[in-house]
Design a protein around this ligand. Structure first.
Ligand SMILES: NC(=O)c1ccc[n+]([C@@H]2O[C@H](COP(=O)([O-])OP(=O)(O)OC[C@H]3O[C@@H](n4cnc5c(N)ncnc54)[C@H](OP(=O)(O)O)[C@@H]3O)[C@@H](O)[C@H]2O)c1
Length: 273
């Protein structure tokens, strides 16, 4: 039986991913900052362990306690929506410690066992916001774009050792606690200079309007994580949710020198001529 360790299982994608893998007969190590035995079904295949990904001792303990694992899903993360000037150095540190350095250190901790057995899969949950520039997201996007670049490079050095490295890029999913957790953090923040206010209000209401359409649902993210873990031929990056898919294909078309006009795909080189 295969074992998966998932970070950030107290809510949202992490919790649903733990439920899904349990239902599929996997052994699941569901980790949380504050373990809660009541949010997942009773199962002899489930272990709930404490983990704060910003704490190296906590990481070392959880990896030791978990024993052999076949898959690691780095899902724990915090959101942040503000201008750069409205973001203190301390907040930047907190965002990067969780979203970026937490992921790095989890991977560092599991690699020796995966390297030794020449197998394993690591899935990093990034974000579709990395696919195009968006206002009020310079810090959060930077924390996740670093994960994309890191994962793409890491995949090259781990593949010869039999270890797969994957990215899942979810779109905007308002049904998780992501928004309320980010708002709690934002409540501690310093105010952005008033000069930004009209623009910030406009962007915030566009986000709220988009969220009301629920462009990404948790089950789409869970499906992408399932595929990333179980499909040996899975592409390195998987968008999850209709908004993420649109952004992903638009970006890829631009990178390959093609653009879409209505339903027609045109070569940008031809346009330039
Ligand atoms: N929802 C979206 O729109 C969206 C879109 C794109 C990407 N994402 C990414 O998807 C991932 C999951 O987000 P979600 O939407 O499921 O949000 P969520 O419901 O807020 O879940 C985030 C999880 O991360 C945990 N966490 C936060 N800081 C941690 C730390 N230092 N150590 C360990 N766990 C920590 C939280 O635990 P606590 O309960 O202890 O805070 C929670 O379990 C995140 O990486 C997020 O950046 C979300």
């Amino acid at each position: 039986m295969n074992t998966i360790l998932i970070t950030g299982c107290s809510s949202g994608f992490g919790l649903e991913t733990a439920r899904h893998f349990l239902a599929k007969g996997w052994r699941v190590v569901a980790t949380m900052r504050k373990p809660d035995e009541n949010i997942l079904p009773d199962s002899q295949n489930l272990r709930i362990l404490p983990l704060d990904v910003t704490d190296l001792d906590s990481i070392a303990n959880v990896v030791r306690e978990a024993g052999a694992i076949d898959a690691l899903v780095n899902n724990a993360g915090v959101g942040w929506l503000s201008t750069f000037e409205g973001t203190s150095q301390e907040i930047i540190q907190r965002i990067f410690e969780t979203n970026t350095f937490g992921t790095f250190e989890m991977i560092r901790a599991v690699l020796p066992q995966m390297r030794e057995k020449r197998s394993g899969v690591i899935v990093n949950v990034s974000s579709s916001v990395t696919l195009k520039p968006l206002a009020l997201l310079p810090v959060y996007t930077a924390s996740k774009a670093a994960i994309n670049a890191y994962t793409e490079c890491l995949a090259l050095e781990l593949a010869p050792l039999g270890i797969r490295t994957q990215l899942v890029l979810p779109g905007q999913a308002p049904s998780t606690r992501f928004g309320s957790n980010a708002r709690a953090l934002m409540a501690e923040a310093k105010e952005a200079p008033q000069d930004y206010k009209p623009f910030v209000d406009e962007v915030m209401s566009a986000f709220a309007e988009n969220a009301a359409k629920e462009p990404t649902r948790s089950e789409q993210v869970v499906s992408a994580i399932w595929r990333a873990v179980t499909d040996l031929d899975c592409p390195l990056s998987l968008p999850a949710g209709s908004d993420a898919e649109t952004m992903f294909y638009q970006k890829n078309l631009i990178h390959t020198g093609y653009t879409r006009v209505g339903s027609v795909t045109c070569s940008m080189a031809n346009h330039a001529n």
